[in-house]
Design a binder for this molecule. Structure first.
Ligand SMILES: Nc1nc2c(c(=O)[nH]1)N[C@H]1C(S)=C(S)[C@@H](COP(=O)(O)O)O[C@H]1N2
Ligand SMILES: [Mo]
Length: 413
């Protein structure tokens, strides 16, 4: 199924200013979490913020971060641990809605709350209410499940549909907000609750003539209580429209789709919940998986990237400091090795900081290529639970979780 062929989404139009506009939709699909969204302005722009070509590679309704933009022409870092909000990648199934923060309400309802309120009798929180709850800050990457997808084709000769990300479908930020656990407790969470269904206020996702309704993905209550944040700030500023204003989830370590943006409603249920985002999409499909797909995707795999353009040109006979970052959804990174000879030999990279869970770790290694010619760089990380990067990523039809070592070509002249 071409469910991730984002190009089919309501045919976004690119205006002269380079802004996407999405034509209004006819028949919305009913989703109980999507009630009275009068505070939302549609039609929407695809992505609201500017997308300068030196920072981003556009992919339909999405924008990928360029890894080479993490260094300036002299090789000096332009970005620390956090990616500034204006430079953060964007993954939109449709387009960014503009939401009036003063009228916005988060509505919680369902059989997992005391008194089982219906969507119409939901427990409501405005932004001001959320700000009266204890605030928490977390440092975490958000990474698309499809990050690295293009390498299924280029390295493994496997054709997969969907956004052809290289490795820029990830960003790290400081997120501030209230623990979802606090909100759930304030709303009357019961011991019987098992699943949540956070629903986005963005337009319905329509692809291949099918309207899947608003973007919404079940989240187990256990994960919600563990470490999920309902964020209203990103990098010390209120969330911007493209990144989920006025509030989004941040689900550490998990595939980006769990981190629902523009969250408007959350169903809390005493039974397992389903949506196309945990049945048709974001599972492993293919010959190596059960007919209905593997389990819904949760934690991210180990990956590494160089802060360097593919095909970068380096001078022969002098020392170069190669920089990169590695991350894992499961545990802090423990080790990074780099190969400059096509994977024959590996040297340890120096970690530039104490590795943290849910975040990337910066590293560097010096390299003095003696002779001109084409070279292949490789970086391979291992996390504290022993997770590492294989030579090949397990094939799956939608091209999720590409965790294999990426071959990074450079030219030495
Ligand atoms: N409501 C809503 N939430 C969403 C999405 C979306 O399209 N709509 N995209 C998801 C996906 S697939 C990813 S990878 C992350 C991307 O977050 P970002 O755009 O802030 O980088 O948001 C997730 N949350
Ligand atoms: Mo994603």
């Amino acid at each position: 199924m071409e469910c991730h062929s984002d190009s089919a989404v309501r045919m976004p139009l690119r205006s002269a200013a380079g802004v996407l506009t999405v034509p209004a939709l006819a028949a919305p699909v009913f989703a109980p979490g999507r009630v009275a969204a009068e505070e939302v302005t549609w039609p929407v722009s695809g992505i609201v913020k500017p997308l300068p070509a030196e920072w981003f590679v556009p992919h339909d309704t999405n924008a990928e971060m360029r890894w080479e933009a993490l260094r300036d022409a002299d090789g000096k870092a332009t970005i620390g641990r956090h990616v500034p909000t204006e430079r953060f990648f964007v993954r939109n199934h449709t387009g960014t809605p503009l939401i009036d923060p003063d009228r916005w309400r988060l509505r919680l309802f369902g059989s997992g709350l005391r008194g089982a309120p219906t969507a119409e009798q939901a427990v409501e929180f405005g932004l001001a209410d959320l700000r009266t709850l204890p605030a928490t800050r977390i440092d975490a990457v958000i990474e698309c499940a499809g990050n690295g997808r293009s390498y299924y084709r280029s390295q493994q000769h496997q054709s997969v549909p969907g956004t052809p990300w290289t490795l820029g479908g990830i960003g790290s930020a400081s997120w501030r907000g209230v623990r979802l656990a606090e909100v759930l407790r304030a709303a009357g969470l019961t011991d019987g609750a098992v699943d949540l269904l956070p629903v986005g206020l963005d337009p319905d996702y329509v692809v291949g003539g099918v309207n899947y309704g608003p973007v919404r993905r079940p989240l187990p209550v256990a994960k919600a209580l563990e470490d999920v944040l309902l964020a209203y700030e990103m990098n010390d500023e209120p969330l911007t429209p493209d990144h989920g204003a006025p509030a989004r989830l941040v689900v550490p370590g998990w595939v980006g789709i769990a981190s629902i943006k523009w969250v408007g409603g959350i169903e809390v249920a005493d039974h397992p919940l389903r949506s196309p985002w945990n049945t048709d999409f974001y599972r492993m499909f293919g010959p190596d998986y059960p007919p209905g797909g593997g389990a819904p995707l949760s934690t991210q795999v180990v990956k590494s990237a160089f802060e360097l353009a593919a095909g970068a040109v380096l001078e022969a006979g002098r020392d170069h400091r190669l920089h990169g970052r590695s991350w894992s959804g499961t545990a802090p990174v423990s080790r990074v090795e780099v190969s400059t000879d096509g994977g024959r030999s590996w040297r340890p990279a120096a970690l530039c900081e104490e590795p943290l869970a849910d975040n990337w770790t910066r590293w560097s290694i010096d390299w003095c290529p003696e002779r001109p010619g084409p070279y292949e760089l490789r970086a391979r990380a291992t996390d504290r639970l022993g997770g590492t990067q294989p030579e090949r990523a397990p094939f799956n039809r939608e091209g999720y979780l590409f965790g294999a070592v990426v071959v990074h070509p450079v030219a030495v002249v």
